[in-house]
Design a protein around this ligand. Structure first.
Ligand SMILES: C[S@@+](CC[C@H](N)C(=O)[O-])C[C@H]1O[C@@H](n2cnc3c(N)ncnc32)[C@H](O)[C@@H]1O
Length: 267
């Protein structure tokens, strides 16, 4: 990684992940966030922007215990994308687990660093509890309006997801970051490679909460969308991904997209 950020500067040697992928200004670590965030050096990240497993997809436990494809995808079984780990916790364990990694990740962040957490309506109350238990200041909620969703007779459409955001202590108004919108309107990505992949442009917009050129952590990297958006817009980024298939798909995607962009620039 360039800009003076090596694996040694990120974490203690005895805690290095067994595998990682990297390129100019980015790294994706293969492993469990709960373990890896404890290993980071203190105060190194300028922002945390992430989309954790929601452990949602139903109101009853048997509905939530279905696979991520059954819960979040309408693709046929033959076209199904790989399922991902960590999505079957019940409400209490999910909230506890969220609070634990959020607590550790805060120590790896600079004072005043912003955090953005994607979530759906069902887990919204729990995520705001976990954020605050972990010592972050909860500052508000932005909306991702997906536009499209299944119509439901006599009910409001569930056409939005939410971005719960906060900061690691006071967040000075003097930070070199301009006014940001509170609603983002983007449809779900076409041809996605992850069951719950976020639109690239949405992530490019959301990461603007970080100071220019800052180091962003996405502890649930999935298809690498945050990492890719960050590097494409002049930030540096570290992702963590536990599911083998998505570690590989995500790192390959970031590598290929950034190489293509570089070739385009050289023309
Ligand atoms: C909601 S998805 C993120 C999708 C991503 N925003 C994208 O655009 O592709 C959450 C990801 O977190 C990963 N995950 C779940 N538990 C994890 C853990 N303990 N450590 C690291 N990654 C984990 C899952 O494998 C999944 O890919």
């Amino acid at each position: 990684m360039t800009n003076g950020l090596s694996l040694e500067e990120l974490m203690k040697e005895e805690t290095y992940p067994e595998e990682y992928a990297e390129g100019e200004n980015w790294k994706i670590l293969h492993g469990d966030t709960l373990k890896l965030v404890k290993a980071f050096q203190p105060g190194i990240f300028d922002a945390v922007i992430t989309d954790p497993p929601y452990a949602s997809g139903g109101t009853k436990q048997n509905e939530r215990n279905r696979t991520t494809n059954q819960k979040y995808s309408s693709m046929s079984a033959t076209n199904a994308l790989p399922d991902f780990d960590g999505d079957n916790k019940d409400q209490r364990s999910w909230t506890h687990w969220m609070a634990e990694w959020l607590y550790d990740v805060r120590k790896a962040c600079k004072k005043g660093a912003p955090i953005c957490l994607f979530i759906d309506w069902r887990q919204y109350p729990s995520i705001t509890d976990a954020l605050q238990w972990a010592g972050w200041i909860w500052r508000g909620t932005a909306v991702w309006d997906k536009g499209n969703s299944r119509p439901q007779k006599g009910r409001f459409r569930q056409q939005a997801e939410y971005i719960v955001w906060g900061s690691n202590g006071p967040m000075p108004i003097s930070r070199p970051v301009s006014c940001l919108p509170g609603v983002f309107r983007y449809g779900n990505p076409q041809n996605r490679i992850h069951v719950t992949e976020k639109p690239l442009q949405l992530m490019k917009d959301v990461i603007q909460i970080c100071e220019p050129g800052g180091l962003i952590l996405d502890p649930f990297a999935g298809a690498g969308t945050t990492v890719l958006a960050a590097v494409m817009t002049g930030y540096r980024a570290v992702g963590i991904e536990v599911t083998d298939a998505y570690y590989k798909l995500g790192s390959d995607r970031v590598k290929i997209a950034l190489e293509a962009e570089q070739k385009e620039d050289e023309k």
